[in-house]
Design a protein around this ligand. Structure first.
Ligand code: UT7
Length: 329
């Protein structure tokens, strides 16, 4: 590595305490634990209770990450929150986190790249660090999808959950550790396959321009699935090939947690053993931009991720967007 790259020096995560099981969903829509488990791998998900919020979860996850990094909020230079479900359209989640933490020196902004948002944000943080390795940046993925899900639509409501994950990055002092590469992609031609149209400026909440279901997440699941498999496999291989590495070099694959069948396909294509792929979607469902930082935090706290490990993260989401990040932990 020529210039100092971003090293993750602390991780944290926060999940709401309310659990919705597949059995709970059987009482709400025409579905079954068997269908959800077989088609997705999800068994339960967490959702916010009154008083809990996207920014509240983000703050909790950030406090843990800062504590573990032994960095005070006042030392932060920048806060980036990847989210598609901010508390408000204005202000951003990032400024609410900045205020709550007392990170008075930090600039703060939200980033919208759906489920790939955390990798986009981490890649941007690495670019800042490469220009000034002293910088200390808080990168968060945080979502409250339960308020954007149509609880009468069985094709989507069984999939999503709420949660937040955060990492603190600064310039690596060791030449062989830190961010290696980020590859970011998008294809706006396919935007219509996964949408949340209502409540933006084109279709404001009080208008009656749209049918009510358009004020919730809508997805053509099978098409999204096919594109996700193809794009995630390609971006994973590209990340390795660009750096002269092979799947065998990977210590831990941390994929976006959307569907166990997608993850299993990737695992097979990369010929990785089960223990080298981090999976927690059975507990949390798809938490969009939060899924990778939550998984990273769990992998660290359970000892699955250790200094020096080669970590490959890959994500895919609405837009479409997809991305990879390769890190020597
Ligand atoms: O995070 C962003 C990226 N998102 C993803 O990567 C998600 C990608 N897509 C998927 O994970 C899958 O496509 C789903 C899990 C959403 C759906 O699984 P699928 O195997 O593609 O099912 P399908 O949409 O083709 O539906 C198969 C059948 C349909 O019934 P018919 O038409 O065959 O009679 C659906 O109506 O399953 C039915 N179905 C359900 N049945 C019970 C759909 N949802 C449910 C449900 N419970 N919750």
């Amino acid at each position: 590595m020529k210039s100092a790259s971003a090293l993750i020096v602390g991780t944290g995560s926060a999940l709401p305490s309310k659990v919705i099981t597949n059995q709970d969903l059987e009482k709400i829509v025409d579905t079954s634990d068997e269908w959800i488990t077989q088609r997705t791998g999800i068994k339960e998900r967490r959702i916010v209770a009154p008083g809990e919020s996207n920014s509240g979860l983000a703050v909790k996850a950030s406090r843990l990450a800062l504590e573990r990094a032994q960095i005070a909020p006042e030392e932060l230079d920048l806060i980036i929150v990847a989210t598609l479900t901010p508390d408000y359209l204005m202000p951003s989640v990032a400024v609410l986190v900045q205020k709550e933490l007392g990170a008075h020196k930090a600039g703060a902004f939200d980033l919208s790249a759906t489920c790939s948002g955390f990798i986009y944000a981490l890649t941007i943080a690495d670019k800042f660090i490469r220009t000034d390795p002293q910088l200390k940046i808080l990168v968060i993925g945080s979502e409250v999808l339960s308020n954007k899900v149509n609880w009468q639509d069985r094709t989507t409501c069984v999939l999503f959950g709420d949660g937040a994950g955060a990492v603190v990055v600064t310039g690596s002092k060791e030449p062989n550790r830190g961010f290696i590469s980020g590859h970011l992609y998008a294809d706006g031609n396919l935007w219509h396959l996964l949408t949340l149209k209502g409540c933006g400026s084109l279709y404001p909440p009080c208008g009656d321009h749209l049918p009510p279901e358009e004020y919730y997440i809508r997805m053509q699941g099978r098409e999204v699935f096919k594109n996700a498999v193809r794009a995630m496999e390609a971006v994973a291989l590209e990340a390795l090939q660009t750096n002269g590495l092979t799947p065998e070099d990977v210590d831990l694959l941390v994929p976006h947690q959307a569907n166990m069948r997608i993850i299993e396909h990737l695992r097979e294509r990369l010929a990785l053993p089960l223990e080298k792929v981090y999976v927690n979607l059975q507990k949390y469902g798809n938490t969009s931009a939060a899924s990778i930082p939550i998984a990273l935090d769990e992998a660290v706290t359970t000892g699955k991720l250790r200094p020096g490990d080669l970590v490959l993260m890959i994500a895919f989401g609405g837009g479409f967007t997809w991305a990879s990040a390769l890190i020597r932990w």
